[in-house]
Ligand binder design. Structure first.
Ligand code: ADP
Ligand code: MG
Length: 542
């Protein structure tokens, strides 16, 4: 490492692009320099020269990705402290209250919860208290079966690892005892403290059920002497081996739910510990599969013997508890923590923290962070959106071989992200909605504005006939148009036509060519392209 580490851009005044840069402490940078030096002399045709010699924008792009868990979370200190205050009981061997966390997407719920759980686990290791955290994302794991199976298997894995290491220790002890019956004499071949470590491990290896009464310190001495005979150690090994053989992982499907539940139950209760189960996106689980899982989890403590569980639910939907059984609701919501949306100033801080690590210094012009923050503040204070914007702006700047990120890159990034969103929404529309949307596109392409429902329906019918799709009623088509309106794909207004009643008039509110391309990429709609001339003919005749 060179002293230049503290100043990432010592040569920023040096315009010579191929000059070796002092800060090249990392191996990638060294490679760059070697390669740049080599280009002058040999056969390469320079395909990469320009790209390599342009000053890179990113120092570490990873920190802008959603998968990155930041170590610092500005403007979430209160929420993090609240969580910690509740969860600290786990480190004292008590059961923490269940916690419900609410807040819109991108308000830092997941990042804060993961940060707190890392701290909790590392502190529990430091003080050697049995406390574990299990994180489940219920958007992915969205049925009771899957949640319980995933939990069961995680605990089975942990139990197995623990048992295997105990067996290993016991085997060492057994061999020691066997080779040296008066084992208290110190062995010259082993380091002085190994016996002590072994004694500790033996103590830890004792089944908890036998030791719940005594406290850990006095246990240790007592247990070390329990194993004076080889046979005693072997009995213990055999019993652990039997436990190991009994631990059957839960298959991904197929078992009755109560078997999955009892497997999970036994796995958690195998030894003394406090377990915090984090259920992220808990609203998705309840929406998809009801509140049975939460009911079952929340009443477990009354039946567990060795262990205790505490639930931390995280929800994007502020009203999701309305769907819960009152018992579940009161048990789960013992403590509630709200994550409010970030305002533009807070988003600026968050972005600045990340930008310091993510970008080369000088890569950002002054307007970039405030603009990203302002755009994201409009999206209900979504930090994820703010970071996406900043990363995308950086990528666009890099692609255009610009030396720095400018305001225009942020605006392009905003358009790109918006377009990606539209593409995704359109791509996943049901086929009938796609046909309706295609009808609107055809009308717009033929210069029809303020399109009314009747016009859409006529084209829609025609298209359905041509591609052999079911034809829905005009009423249903009107409903589908309302849905497209709600998704922001069209903008429809109801207009009164006097004695002819009322109708909807609409315009497309997304880019027409890109949207058409997405629709045509759907194989079920592929034939529509050949239908266009028929429709075209209709306009030409008018
Ligand atoms: P939520 O779970 O509320 O939808 P996340 O925790 O996933 O939000 O946050 C979205 C993104 O914003 C993540 O990349 C996260 O690291 C980042 N983020 C959110 N809040 C902060 C903060 N206070 N400081 C730094 N980064 C944050
Ligand atoms: Mg989240």
């Amino acid at each position: 490492m060179t002293t230049d580490d503290t100043d990432p851009e010592p040569d920023s005044t040096d315009d010579e692009p191929t000059a070796p840069r002092d800060r090249s402490a990392t191996s990638t940078d060294l490679d760059f320099d070697t390669m740049l030096g080599a280009t002058d002399s040999d056969e390469s045709q320079g395909l990469f020269d320009d790209l390599l010699s342009s000053e890179p924008i990113f120092e570490n792009k990873e920190v802008l990705r959603p998968s990155y868990t930041p170590h610092e979370l500005p403007h979430r200190t209160d929420q993090i402290n609240q969580m910690a205050t509740i969860l600290v009981s786990a480190l004292r061997g008590d059961t923490p209250s269940n916690i419900l966390i609410y807040g819109k997407t991108g308000t830092g719920k997941t990042a804060s919860a993961k940060f707190v759980s890392q701290e909790l686990e590392s502190t529990s290791q430091k003080y050697d208290v049995p406390c574990e955290v299990e994180y489940i994302n219920c958007e992915v794991t969205d049925t009771q079966y899957r949640v319980l199976a995933q939990l069961a298997n995680k605990f089975i894995d942990k139990n197995e690892a623990r048992i295997e290491s105990r067996i290993e220790t016991l085997e060492t002890v057994r061999d020691q005892l066997a080779s040296e019956p008066d084992s208290t004499a110190s062995n010259t071949d082993t380091p002085a403290d190994e016996d002590d470590i072994a004694a500790d491990l033996i103590a830890a290896a004792e089944p908890e059920s036998e030791s719940t009464e005594t406290d850990d310190g006095s246990d240790t001495a007592q247990k070390a002497t329990d194993f004076e005979s080889v046979e005693a150690v072997e009995t213990e090994i055999e019993s652990l081996q039997a436990d190991l053989d009994e631990m059957d992982p839960v298959p991904m499907t197929g078992w009755p739910t109560d078997r999955v539940y009892s497997t999970f139950f036994e796995a958690v209760d195998y030894h003394e510990r406090v377990v915090v189960i984090m259920l992220d996106e808990i609203d998705k689980l309840v929406e998809k599969s009801g509140d049975d899982t939460l009911y079952n989890l929340s009443r477990m403590n009354s039946e567990l013997t060795n262990s205790r569980i505490s639930i931390m639910g995280i929800s994007n939907d502020l009203k999701f508890t309305d769907f819960l059984d009152p018992r579940v609701k009161s048990s789960l919501g013992e403590e509630e923590i709200v994550f409010p949306p970030y305002d533009a100033t807070q988003l600026r801080d968050i972005l600045q923290h990340r930008a310091d690590v993510a970008f080369k210094s000088e890569a950002l012009t002054t307007d970039v962070i405030p603009l990203c923050a302002a755009f994201a503040a409009q999206e209900h204070g979504d930090a994820r959106r703010a970071l996406d914007l900043l990363r995308t702006a950086g990528e666009l700047a890099e692609r255009s071989q610009s030396d720095s990120i400018e305001e225009t890159h942020v605006r392009q990034a905003q358009d790109k992200i918006e377009l990606d969103r539209v593409v995704e929404v359109v791509r996943t529309l049901p086929t009938q909605s796609k046909i309706v949307l295609f009808s609107i596109i055809l009308l717009e392409k033929n210069g029809v504005h303020n399109i009314n429902t009747g016009e859409v329906f006529n084209i829609y019918k025609r298209l359905c006939e041509e591609i052999d799709a079911d034809v829905l009623t005009q009423r249903r088509v009107t409903d589908l148009i309302s849905e497209l309106d709600m998704l922001g794909i069209v903008n429809a207004v109801v207009v009164s036509k006097g004695r002819y009643g009322r109708t909807k008039e609409m315009n497309l509110s997304v880019p027409i060519d890109e949207t058409e391309a997405v629709l045509l990429s759907d194989s079920r709609l592929g034939d529509i392209e050949n239908v266009q001339p028929f429709v075209q003919a209709r306009f030409d005749n008018n």
